[in-house]
Design a protein around this ligand. Structure first.
Ligand code: KMH
Ligand code: ZN
Length: 275
């Protein structure tokens, strides 16, 4: 089994300081949380950025400032900007961080409900447009999957050569209101639905985060944790930092006898090249 790649999703676009005061907004808060997560064992940073007041943005300039600040404190960490942004953003807005030529970025592979009236829109045309923009800059996509049909979409487009890469990398986001749940059978279903040599990570929303992490560690997958997905260290106890969530995954990995990958080991597993 490959070493375990831990991704830290430190702020997302939806969660706020109202939910947990430790959610980072400013460039320095983002760099600090990234460094704490990195020191705890995260090799990948899934990055959303915010204005100082907390409003989500996909501004290229803000991404550049945050990426520079993170690189200054953890130079070898893999930085994976989000092209998902927030649900109301246009495709052009969402695509901005790709212009910075990151080594890795997310590619959401379908439309789904996102709680209440929110719909996260990713039409086939948009997915192809995003994949083309990534291919043009040699940015490796991670296919974000919120439901099983999104795997089928990714595989179909990949087989047509429209999603680049010799293999697919998936992130199963499980437990969004309106998409797939996070029971063991759901994870087994998703994992059994991807091409054999694909890589996969699981991101469990809320209380699903650690049970799904334990399953993924046992099954040979990889794990994403962080405030984007869950703000609690345990029931009723807020995490003081993303690092505490990463530490918990490291402990699970130790108990389950799985070694944790360094950033360069994660690069080798994922087939990425540092930029
Ligand atoms: N914030 C969600 C609407 C991604 O980062 O690529 C989308 C999202 C996916 O978080
Ligand atoms: Zn995200």
């Amino acid at each position: 089994m490959d070493k375990l790649i831990i991704t830290a999703a430190i702020c997302g676009a939806e969660v706020s300081k109202k939910k947990n005061p430790a959610v980072p907004y400013t460039v320095s808060e983002i760099a600090r949380e990234a460094k704490l997560a990195y020191d705890a064992g995260a090799s990948v940073l899934h990055l959303h950025v915010r204005e100082d007041d907390g409003s989500p943005t996909q501004s290229k300039e803000r991404f550049a400032a945050c990426i520079d600040a993170v690189k200054a404190v953890c130079p070898d960490m893999i930085i994976q900007p989000s092209t998902g942004g927030a649900v109301w953003m246009s495709a052009a807005e969402r695509l901005q961080p790709v212009e910075l030529n990151p080594e890795y970025a997310t590619l959401s592979c379908g439309t789904c409900n996102f709680g209440g009236d929110a719909i996260f829109i990713n039409t086939e045309t948009m997915i192809i447009e995003f994949a083309e923009a990534m291919r043009a800059r040699n940015v490796v996509p991670e296919c974000e999957v919120f439901d099983k049909g999104m795997i089928d979409m990714a595989v179909r487009l990949w087989k047509k050569g429209l999603i680049p890469g010799d293999r697919l990398r998936f992130n199963f986001v499980m437990g969004i209101t309106g998409a797939i749940e996070g029971a063991a059978r759901d994870l087994v279903f998703l994992q059994g639905s991807i091409p054999e040599d694909s890589l996969w990570t699981v991101s469990g929303i809320g209380r699903r985060e650690m049970p799904l992490a334990a399953m993924a560690i046992s099954m040979g997958g990889h794990v994403r944790v962080g405030f984007e997905d869950n703000v609690f260290l345990e029931k009723g106890v807020l995490a003081e930092s993303n690092a505490q969530l990463v530490e918990k995954v490291v402990k699970l990995a130790q108990l389950l006898d799985r070694k944790v990958a360094t950033p360069d080991e994660a690069r080798a597993i994922l087939g990425l090249s540092k930029r």
